[in-house]
Every structure is written in C-alpha cells, then in structure tokens.
Ligand binder design. Sequence first.
Ligand code: ZN
Length: 304
Amino acid sequence: MSTARQQTLKSRINCTGIGLHSNSSVSMTLCPAPPDSGVLFRRTDLDPTIASVAARVDSVVDCRFSTTIGRGEDVCIGTIEHLMAAFAGCRVDNVLIEIDGPEVPIMDGSAAPFIFLIECAGTVAQDAPRQAIRVLKDVRVDDGERSASLCPAAEFSASFELDYDNPVIARQEYFFRFEGDSFKTDLSRARTFCLEQEVDYLRSLGLAQGGSLDNAIVVGKQGILNEGGLRHDDEFVRHKILDAVGDLYLAGGPIQGHFHGVCSGHEMNHRLLDALFEDASAWCLAPSADDQSVILEAPIAATA
Ligand SMILES: [Zn+2]
C-alpha cells in the first residue's frame, strides 16, 4: 500500500449565496494552494495584512450554533463546517478560500453543493505525502449525558447517537465508514435542522436571519415543515456526523481513528480535538495510506 499524496484543486471556482446567520450575500472562490499549506480562508473585503485565517482548531472563536474561526475581534469567518466536511470528504488537503464577507454561504444546508463545486474544479495530486493524525489511545470529553470520543482505528470512521424529545427526530444512530466516495453518497446531502420552537429564540439572538426552508429542515411537533420531505429517513443523525467530519478536519489533516458522538455538537467536537492535542501520547503524525492504491494493488497481492 503506497502513501497518499496531498491534493489541491485543479482550478479556481466561484459561488455566491447567503449566510445562514447574517443573511448577507457572500461571494466565495475556492483556489488551488501549494503543498503543506492546508485550508486557509482569506477575507477579500478586509485589510490584506490581517485577512487570512488558517482553518485549525486553535483559530476557533465561536462554536455555539456553528463553527466560526477568526483572529482578533474583526476578522472572522462563520459556518465553515459544511465546507470543511466537503474538503475532508473529497480529500482536498490544500485550498485557499477567498470570501468577501463574514460567513460561508449556507447553500442548501448540506455539503452537497460544495462537493459539486470541488468536482467541477477537479482535484490534482501534489508532490508531497499526506500526513494523517493517528489516534493512539482513547480520548473523551463529557457534558452530562452528552459525550464525544476518539479511539484508535485503522481508518477514519464515525458513529453518532442522537435522542431528541421530539417524535419526528426521536432516537437515531448511524455508523459511517470513510472509503471511496462514501462521504458524498452517505452524508453530503444531509441538511442542517432546527426545531420550529427554536426559530424565534435563534432570531432573538440575531442568529439564523438567513434561515429558511430552502437551507434547513424545520421540525414541528407533527412532522417537518419542508414540502419535499426528508432526503434520508435518518437525515438528522447523518447531518450530525457531517458536522463532526467538518469540525474534525480542523485537526489540520485527516484523522486516523474512530469518532463517536452522543448528542454532541460543535462545542464538544472542538473540545475533543483540544483534548487530543493536549496529550502528546494520544496521537502522532503518520503517512496516510492511499485508498486508491488499495484497490489497484489488491489483485497483485492476491496472486503473490
Ligand atoms: Zn451542520
């Protein structure tokens, strides 16, 4: 099995949309970036000397309802998690995101439109090995009955349990194994959601100003308000894993380990990464295996 090489985009690609919380129109361009540069956001509407923020867990400044990274008070980029999940899911290591406002466009509330953008731009292998963050021992954070944990595993996988005091969502579990295009097929189309009774509260906080049935599932007591219905029966728990995939990509590379969440969210995902990196014996950098080569090399191994 050979080591995977880092990837970036083949060409620049642009999209426009509105921010879920700010309701302002944003133009965003995804650009190729050199090896080992990681995921970097740049606010094109601000002074260029302060406008860049690396998508790393130590850049997180707010994670109450979505993940916001920033530096200082004036430079921030919000709701990055679905875009980050798309980069993780398409194995894009290095990318520069130019954005002319404070929030990534919400699109349809899932990662699917970002997957489409990445596929339109295309990806290209670079002359540098991809390093994974290999989990060496169990790491866990708790908050009452909620928890998030990482444990050693040969590849990245994620499982989640959610339990809502709402008959439409109720109790859901899901297990996700990252292989081939499984992120695209199993998770990418799952949309963000909120309870109908939460909408007024979020708006009173100045949040979700751009939220609508076009970019979120709104769950009432009897059923969902969106006319088109759900994309999966268990779309809610799939979206929670999509969020975790995006948040965990703030580690700075792919995680080689298993994530398990119980009713957790952005805040616990980031606390989990902090706990992982705080313990030097809990992780190491390790060459990432090329899962393309697993398929290519399998027949040779079988005849040897
Ligand atoms: Zn989300």
